[in-house]
Write a protein that binds this ligand. Sequence first.
Ligand code: KG4
Ligand code: ZN
Length: 386
Amino acid sequence: MIILGIETSCDETAAAVVRGIGDRVEVLSNAVSSQIEIHKKYGGVVPEVAAREHVLNIMPVVNQALEKAGVNPLNPPLQGGRVLNPPFEGGAGGLDAIAVTVGPGLVTSLLVGVETAKTLAYAWDVPTVAVNHIEGHIYANFIGRNSKSEILNSKQIQNPKSKIKNKIQFPALILTVSGGHTMLVLMKGHGKYKVLGETRDDAAGEAFDKAAQLLQLGYPGGPAIAKWAEKINPLKPPFKRGVRVVTLPRPMINSNDFDFSFSGLKTALLYAIQKDRDWKLRIPEYAAEFQAAAVEVLVHKTIKAALKYNCKNIMLSGGVAANLELRRQLEQAVKNKLSGANLSIPEFKYCTDNAAMIATAGYFRARRKKFTPWRKLKADCNLELK
Ligand code: KG4
Ligand code: ZN
């Protein structure tokens, strides 16, 4: 099956084409138009500006994705001189379905993707699949990988007899950490989710962004904090002339549930720098301690949940999954505390918002015939993961 994915839930306009064969997914194209430069000057995403940019970018991005993938829905494959009825099975110009993010996200941004998908589905007579953005982040882990998280080449993906296993075993545990969400999800099978815990206030990425704003490091904050934190040896606590200058709390680390809270961490950082006249001289220390605190809580709760639910597959997803320290700490903890468990982390480009993950989630839904007629596609900014 060949699926076009469309993603416009926040500030990236993205379209991608994937080919799914059995449990394997190969990305044929992955186009992303980022608005980071535009929103930088405001220190965050301005919804009206994001929506306007999506309108300008969506069709060029969709065209780019289709062209790169060699898919032309206006020129569907012929059989005996007659156009096949959709859904056609891949083929030269064939497109089997359009998968689109319907929520959660900024409603004005979501609307652009949803209306585009509806229009194209009507014009091309192709079925549509509604995808939850969080589900998309989760499915970034199913792109071109085997169970050991090795990236497969396209020959291996396309060869159904290839010995390499491409299956993630269920139940799997997913830590989804993005600018809008922080969730621990138990995945019992394709499309079967149980949310074990989530943030009670700020999302992890949001906390990184706010911390970076406090430290005047610019937007987006996650990569900026990570860059400054790299200047400190992560194995040593941030000392200065023998005095530990920066200590921040690990919020809710010992709570009896799988929820998170990051707003207090950001406030603790604010109070710490307010008390420190020379904080600008210690930005690496503050950044490293903030990152260490956030990562420690995320890793601790993930391991606790994996032990409780006996998960042998742990997956990381969302924009904050691009954080190297989080990747390192989680890898170490899985090795030390969950012997035999497998950790899957998407490639960097599939961690932050992209449409390949949406098309992949869409493929697994389309395989189960979970289509939504285009007339019923609706943007839902508070869509829950079900
Ligand atoms: O998934 P994503 O692209 O968009 C949402 O769905 O929210 O995530 C964006 C978030 C931002 O908050 C950004 O600061 C964070 O991911 N992020 C990072 C890193 N790269 C992106 N956070 C920590 N470390 C990073 N290297
Ligand atoms: Zn996202």
